[in-house]
Design a protein around this ligand. Structure first.
Ligand code: HEM
Length: 157
């Protein structure tokens, strides 16, 4: 049985999830830029840090929604995209987004909060290393999003 408008509904939710995940990643990047500025001045911006602690959950909800709606569209199209080159590359890049998020973004975020809980706010030593790793993490994530969107829209084969 075919349910009318199910595919466009999944696609709409897929794009909403993309906005949620990629947009929040950008907000995360901008928030870190403010955090580095405050730490450089020897300040600990508690309100900003509390707000930043909520972002990974929003990114996670976006990621889960992207994957579920993506799988939904695959089922509705009987996996036809799975045979196309653009989709295989896209899938590989999606795995990279997830791995980069879990192995670099999350770990470095947790590490930074542990350092800040145990020392005075500054931008030297270990914090400096975390700062450059997180900078590379955000740049990689945003570039991967751009590449995935490019592949999804042009669908070259
Ligand atoms: C970071 C993750 C992802 C991003 C940024 C993303 C982005 C996009 C975009 C922008 C489109 C719209 C293309 C268009 O309408 O022209 C799209 C469509 C689609 N995506 Fe994703 N996607 C992601 C993850 C996934 C995953 C994990 C799957 C499958 C498991 C998937 C399956 C699909 C399918 C089947 C379409 C419909 C293609 C069509 O009929 O136009 N996506 N995606």
């Amino acid at each position: 049985m075919q349910i009318p408008y199910l595919f466009p509904t999944f696609l709409m939710l897929h794009l909403t999830a993309l906005v949620l995940m990629a947009g929040t990643t950008l907000v995360d990047y901008l928030s870190y830029a403010s955090l580095w500025k405050s730490l450089g001045q020897g300040e600990r911006p508690t309100v900003l840090i509390n707000m930043m602690d909520k972002l990974p959950r929003v990114i996670g909800i976006g990621a889960a929604m992207l994957i579920l709606t993506g799988i939904g569209m695959m089922i509705l199209t009987h996996g036809v995209f799975g045979e196309q080159i653009w989709f295989r590359i896209k899938f590989g890049l999606v795995i990279l987004v997830i791995l980069n998020g879990l192995l670099i973004g999350r770990q470095q975020g947790v590490k930074l909060r542990r350092i800040l809980d145990n020392s005075e706010p500054d931008l030297t030593g270990e914090v400096h290393k975390v700062k450059s790793r997180l900078g590379r993490f955000h740049l990689t994530q945003l570039l991967l999003f751009l590449l995935i969107i490019f592949l999804s829209v042009f669908k070259f084969n």
